[in-house]
Write a protein that binds this ligand. Structure first.
Ligand SMILES: Nc1ncnc2c1ncn2[C@@H]1O[C@H](COP(=O)(O)OP(=O)(O)OP(=O)(O)O)[C@@H](O)[C@H]1O
Length: 481
């Protein structure tokens, strides 16, 4: 790679500005999907296409007037807020009845990067594009604003994230400490990387003495391309290199974007050499980010690398408890447990589900119950459907009554063990297509009549004892829905 971009590269990358809007839009769509659920999203929001940006306003098109009106009343504010969070220069969203903009092939684009996946064509002559880009660049702040909700206080710490949390705290207390620069946070989607970065930023800027620039890698690319188009790369570099702390989120986005990677590499070196702090997040560790330049990966890995592991049940419960308490709406422990069992993939989805429940409770003034939860979150829960296995049933039931998993197949007959075992057999009959003899075999080679007896006994007990019935019902819902 060379230090400067050729004119050809510059124009080619400049063409992707429109594509960058598409990228922002696809991120917004993912968020909306997580927030409102698959069904609502498909019914109302999927039909939106993005139109032009004019000043601080972006136009979104919908195919019919009815859809436009509905989306405007139901989601208008949320769409504006999400666009503003992605691109702070956008403050308003105009919803129109219309079709997507036709894509215009630019001059001189033939079989080059214009056809590649990350570069979409943009209309206009080079001069027009430069002028447009300049005004666009001047409208944007260097960095995205920090989200005041993402602080250390609101971050719930547990085993899976305690190391990353401790490293983030340390950087916020003493930036540029040896061994902690760069700080590289990595982990799966929605596990709190952005939250921790914003928390570091908020902590550091509190005194007003430290300048922090936080931006996503996409935004970094977008800014860089806009600078190239407006022939102001020097200003862009100077701006970036004047901050005390630079934080780049979702670095994996730069994979395959060689020119932007190169620019980032130079900025990175300039800042670290000047004793400034860098914080980077990605979905993988530096060594696993194949597609990033080797020298960049090496530099990224030479400070502190901290991973955020997948959440545990305990952490999910703590997060839900904390978010429910902050909302002021009482949410029964059983509902929190249910959610923490069902939605295990990422915290964003978990939070989205809880938010929907709370919004529903507020809107209709009804208490949150397990039944309401099943109803309101029907689509989300369905997306988390899985085939239930007997082993899973045994594990959940053993956990629930706090007995050893081996007791599911042991010969012990004490009631504390025998009753949960009967419940597990009952659930195996209800939730799987296994035959009675097959179920018996999984429970320490028991006879099919033992399973029949267990099913009858549990059914009878459920009729007599409502607390017991509720327990079994909760387990069934957790395993099944
Ligand atoms: N430990 C936690 N305590 C409280 N909230 C959390 C925690 N972990 C994640 N969250 C919340 O979950 C949501 C998603 O987190 P965040 O955006 O930080 O994830 P991410 O790891 O950056 O995801 P992505 O890979 O999509 O960029 C945020 O609203 C965040 O506040």
């Amino acid at each position: 790679m060379t230090g400067e971009l050729s004119g050809y590269d510059a124009v080619a990358e400049a063409r992707s500005v429109r594509n960058v809007l598409d990228i922002h839009w696809s991120r917004i769509c993912s968020r909306l999907q997580a927030e409102v659920g698959e069904v609502e999203y498909r019914t109302w929001l999927k039909q939106i296409s993005i139109g032009p940006v004019d000043g601080d306003e972006i136009t979104l098109n919908l195919p019919t007037r009815f859809l436009r009106d509905w989306v405007r009343t139901q989601y208008g504010d949320r769409l504006s807020a999400l666009w503003n969070a992605e691109l702070p220069s956008i403050r308003r969203v105009e919803l129109q009845v219309g079709r997507p903009d036709p894509v215009v092939e630019p001059e001189g684009a033939s079989g080059d990067e214009a056809g590649s996946a990350d570069v979409a064509p943009v209309a206009g002559t080079v001069d027009e594009r430069v002028a447009e880009a300049r005004s666009e660049l001047s409208r944007h702040d260097l960095a995205a604003p920090l989200d005041p909700r993402f602080t250390f206080d609101t971050f719930v710490v547990g085993k899976p994230n305690e190391f990353a949390y401790a490293c983030a705290r340390r950087v916020a207390e003493r930036p540029s400490s040896p061994g902690f620069n760069p700080l590289f946070l990595y982990g799966g989607v929605g596990l709190g990387k952005t939250h921790l970065m914003h928390a570091i930023g908020s902590e550091l800027t509190r005194g007003g003495k430290v300048s922090v620039a936080y931006m996503s890698a996409e935004k970094f690319m977008y800014r860089f391309i806009a600078a190239i188009r407006s022939q102001s790369t020097m200003e862009f570099k100077e701006q970036l290199r004047s901050v005390d702390v630079l934080m780049i989120d979702d670095l994996q986005f730069l994979i395959g974007k060689d020119n932007t990677q190169e620019e980032f590499f130079h900025t990175f070196n300039a800042l670290v050499d000047a004793g400034r702090q860098i914080v980077v997040s990605a979905d993988k560790s530096p060594s696993d980010l194949s597609g990033l330049e080797d020298r960049l990966r090496t530099r990224l890995g030479c400070g502190m690398v901290a991973d955020i592991h997948a959440t545990t049940f305990e952490l999910r419960i703590s997060i839900l408890e904390s978010k429910a308490a902050a909302s002021g709406v009482p949410v029964p422990a059983k509902v929190l447990e249910f959610l923490a069992h069902k939605i295990t993939s990422n915290v964003r989805e978990l939070e989205g589900a809880l938010n929907r429940l709370i919004a529903h409770a507020n809107l209709f003034g009804r208490p949150v119950t397990l039944e309401a939860t099943q109803d309101v979150l029907h689509d989300i829960l369905k997306a988390h459907d899985r085939r239930v296995t007997i082993e899973e049933i045994q594990r959940k039931v053993a956990e629930h009554w706090n007995i050893r998993l081996t007791d599911m197949s042991s010969a012990r007959r004490a009631r504390a063990v025998a009753r949960p075992r009967q419940v597990a057999m009952y659930l195996a009959k209800q939730l799987t297509s296994r035959s009675l003899p097959e179920i018996g075999r999984k429970f320490g080679n028991r006879d099919h009549t033992t399973v029949m007896h267990a099913v009858a006994r549990v059914t009878e007990l459920m009729e007599r004892d409502s607390a017991f019935a509720e327990d079994v019902e909760l387990l069934r819902r957790m395993l099944e829905s």
